[in-house]
Design a protein around this ligand. Structure first.
Ligand SMILES: *Cc1c(COP(=O)(O)O)cnc(C)c1O
Length: 230
C-alpha cells in the first residue's frame, strides 16, 4: 500500500516535472507525517522516503527522538517544519528542523535569529506568502514581502532559501494554478532584486502536479501517501 502510493506519487512527480522541462531530481518530495505514527514513518523510510514534514514542533520532537534510532538513518533523513510556528516554540524548533517553511514576520525571524545564534548554527528557512485573503491563513502579504526579505537578509543566523504558499482549497486543482504561478512570479521579481530564492514550496496531495508545472521545487504530500488523516 505505502510502497504503491510512493511509487505512484514519484511517477506523477516525474511526469509533471517533464512537463515543465525538468527532471525528477529537481523536485523534492516532503512526506507530510502529521498524525502519522512513528512506526509508519519508519516504513516510509524503508520504502525510500528521506524528507518528512510536520506541522507541530512537539509532535515532531517525539517522532524525531523515536526515529533517531534508525541505524544509519540520522545523516540521511531531513525534517521540515511546514506548519505555523509560534514564537514561544522557536527555541525547540531551531536545530531540530533542517528547513522551516513558515517564516512570515520580522518578529518571528528575529526570534529564530536569537535562538540560532545561541546554538552557533544557521537555520535554513522559507518565507510563507499569503496570496489569498482568507482570514485563517498565515503568511506575509505580497506587498510586504520585499521588506521582510530585506530584514531577513540582515540576520546572520538565518539562511533564506525560498518561498512557500498554501492556496485556498479547491476541488479542481486548476483553480490553484494562478496562486502557484503568482508565487513563482514573485520569486522571479525578488531574484531580480538580488535575493537568492532557489526553493518554491508549493503543492499538496490534491494539486501538486499543477504546482510542479508552475515551478515547485518542493511538494508537501500527506494524504496521497499515507491515506486520509483520522
Ligand atoms: C497537511 C499539510 C500538507 C499536506 O496535505 P495533504 O493534502 O494531506 O497532502 C501540506 N502542507 C501543509 C502546510 C500542511 O499542513
Amino acid at each position: 500500500m505505502l510502497y504503491d502510493n510512493i511509487a505512484a506519487i514519484s511517477r506523477r512527480i516525474t511526469d509533471a516535472a517533464a512537463r515543465s522541462g525538468r527532471k525528477r531530481g529537481d523536485v523534492g518530495l516532503v512526506a507530510v507525517t502529521k498524525t502519522v505514527d512513528a512506526v509508519t514513518i519508519r516504513k516510509a523510510f524503508d520504502a525510500g522516503l528521506r524528507v518528512f514534514g510536520e506541522n507541530r514542533v512537539q509532535e515532531a520532537r517525539e517522532k524525531i527522538d523515536y526515529l533517531g534510532g534508525i541505524p544509519g538513518a540520522t545523516g540521511d533523513v531531513q525534517w521540515h517544519l511546514i506548519g505555523h510556528l509560534q514564537r514561544n516554540k522557536v527555541k525547540y524548533a531551531v536545530g531540530l528542523f533542517d528547513l522551516i517553511h513558515s517564516v512570515d514576520s520580522a518578529a518571528l525571524a528575529d526570534e529564530l535569529e536569537r535562538q540560532a545564534s545561541k546554538n552557533g548554527g544557521v537555520q535554513k528557512i522559507l518565507v510563507e506568502v499569503k496570496l489569498s485573503d482568507e482570514e485563517t491563513k498565515h503568511g506575509v502579504a505580497a506587498a510586504e514581502l520585499e521588506h521582510l526579505l530585506v530584514h531577513i537578509s540582515g540576520l546572520k543566523g538565518l539562511a533564506l532559501r525560498g518561498l512557500m504558499t498554501i492556496p485556498p482549497f479547491f476541488g479542481d486543482p486548476e483553480e490553484a494554478r494562478p496562486y502557484f504561478r503568482r508565487l513563482r512570479e514573485l520569486r522571479d521579481e525578488m531574484q531580480k532584486k538580488g535575493f537568492d530564492l532557489p526553493e518554491l514550496s508549493m503543492g499538496m496531495s490534491g494539486d501538486f502536479e499543477v504546482a510542479i508545472e508552475e515551478g515547485a521545487t518542493l511538494v508537501r504530500i500527506g494524504t496521497a501517501i499515507f491515506g486520509e488523516r483520522g
